[in-house]
Write a protein that binds this ligand. Structure first.
Ligand code: UDP
Length: 451
């Protein structure tokens, strides 16, 4: 009797939280569809295999020194990852292909993150079907194209008078929402990631009901198949908990259990953006004066000693933190946003945080810091109308006003209602609608080139 060949996929994430998490969620989803999965990961920020018993893990030499890693310079790290991973990845894949042959398996496809643009050439050389995973919004990718078109006509640096003007093909985005790549090295990286033409297509961690038009327009540009199968965490039924680099503090769930429904503002800037000590102090005053409950993530490394800093605050702020606040180093964000006590999220608007909040019907107080966050914030406030645009001025009274607008005022209540409606629409897309269909198309597409 002929033994059936099993299909193995090799997934290659870069070692950044906002990229690794969705790739691992994708791995879980594709495993549930019958594929064997190998994740080739860097030697730092690596996933814990014991959290993913159904997946195989292989360390891949990404060529980074400890100095590089501790520099936290994402642009520089990305450049190094791309130059140094090529030959070790080739070796790893050749080895995997040989092993697969011996085990009645076939490497059916490699799936890599769009940041890892140099893998495009490796896939071609080895003649392996390949797919790119895009972990930002589809609209964000369109802004990259808008940037390059405008750059050649001398639009940048942007004149002050233009910054509030709408970008005609991207309304309601303004010129100031576009990513401005002011160094040659970033421009080269973005140009390379836009040039990738994966043989089987592109997976987007987004949903048709959120970004139908942007997806359609990207399709016109790329002319390859596209699979909007998001939100990945919802399809995988797995939050980021199983892949976070910092240990999650579950004590905050106990604290949330004791708070009233929709009474808590969750405050977190994701894994990279941060406030300095002066800003943290303004945040503490604003939160205290808003009279709202708050769960606040202050990541390790943001400030030397959080308890000491709290002790240095004004007496009434200290009392507010003790009575109405909970500060943790890292929260189980998915579970937090799903908790009935949470009524709002003060976020940097990273794409994962944005999706996680939308899926739980939680409106967002937007404070984008850099990159795609400005685009996501504008989508939240002006397209889906579930995000609060405020001055972003880091002064206690501005913060207090914005928190009350989101948590107490009619404006916030209406956003919450719209967010709940969107949550339902996303749920339908996942259960049997557009994301469900796109996932089935993706599986069919991989199998069809591996008959
Ligand atoms: N996150 C978390 N606990 C925290 C803060 C963040 O688990 O205390 C997770 C969050 O759920 C999300 C990821 O970290 O999945 C942050 O990704 P995002 O794209 O929002 O922002 P980035 O960190 O890439 O700027």
């Amino acid at each position: 009797m002929e033994t059936q060949i099993r299909h193995r996929l090799v997934l290659i994430p870069p070692p950044f939280q906002g990229h690794l998490t969705p790739m691992l969620q994708l791995a879980t989803i594709l495993h549930s569809k019958g594929f064997s999965i190998t994740v080739a990961h860097a030697h730092f920020n690596s996933p814990d295999p014991s959290n993913h018993p159904n997946l195989s893990f292989l360390p891949l030499f990404y060529g980074l020194s400890d100095t590089h890693i501790s520099s936290k310079n994402i642009v520089d790290i990305t450049a190094t990852l791309n130059t140094k991973c090529v030959s070790p990845l080739k070796e790893l894949l050749v080895d995997q292909i040989e092993k697969a042959n011996k085990n009645h398996e076939k490497i059916a496809c490699i799936i890599y993150d769009g940041l890892m643009y140099s893998i495009d050439s490796v896939a071609r050389e080895l003649n392996l079907p390949n797919i790119v995973l895009r972990t930002t919004s589809a609209t964000n990718l369109l802004t990259y194209h808008a940037f390059f078109q405008r750059q050649s006509s001398g639009c940048f640096p942007l004149k002050d008078s233009m910054s509030l003007e709408l970008v005609p093909e991207l309304e309601p985005l303004r010129f100031k929402d576009l990513p401005i790549f002011n160094s040659d090295i970033i421009q080269q990286q973005i140009a390379k990631t836009l040039a990738i033409r994966p043989s089987l297509g592109v997976i987007y961690n987004t949903v048709d009901c959120l970004e139908e038009e942007s997806l359609y327009r990207l399709q016109q540009v790329y002319k390859v198949s596209f699979f909007p199968i998001g939100p990945l965490h919802m399809i995988a039924e797995e939050y980021s908990s199983s892949s976070t680099f910092v240990e999650q503090d579950y004590s905050c769930i106990g604290w949330l259990n004791n708070q009233e429904t929709k009474s808590v503002l969750y405050v977190s800037l994701g894994s990279i953006a941060s406030w300095d000590e002066k800003e943290l102090t303004e945040v503490a005053c604003g939160l205290a004066n808003s009279q709202q409950n708050f769960l606040w993530v202050i990541r390790p490394g943001t400030i030397n000693d959080v308890s000491e800093w709290v002790q240095s605050l004004k007496e009434e702020v200290k009392v507010a933190i003790a009575e109405r606040g909970c500060i943790v180093k890292w929260a189980p964000q998915g579970e937090v946003l799903a908790h009935q006590a949470v009524g709002g999220f003060w976020s940097h608007c990273g794409w994962n945080s944005t999706l996680e909040s939308l899926c739980e019907g939680v409106p967002i107080m937007c404070q984008p810091h850099f990159g795609d966050q400005r685009v996501n914030a504008r989508l939240l406030s002006h397209v889906w109308k579930v995000g609060l645009e405020w001055s972003n001025v880091m002064k206690g009274d501005e913060i207090e006003g914005a928190v009350r607008r989101l948590m107490v005022n009619q404006e916030g209540k209406e956003m919450r209602q719209r967010a709940l409606k969107l949550k339902n629409e996303i749920g339908l897309a996942v259960k049997g609608g557009s994301s469900y269909d796109a996932l089935n198309d993706l599986v069919k597409s991989i199998l069809s080139v591996n008959l």
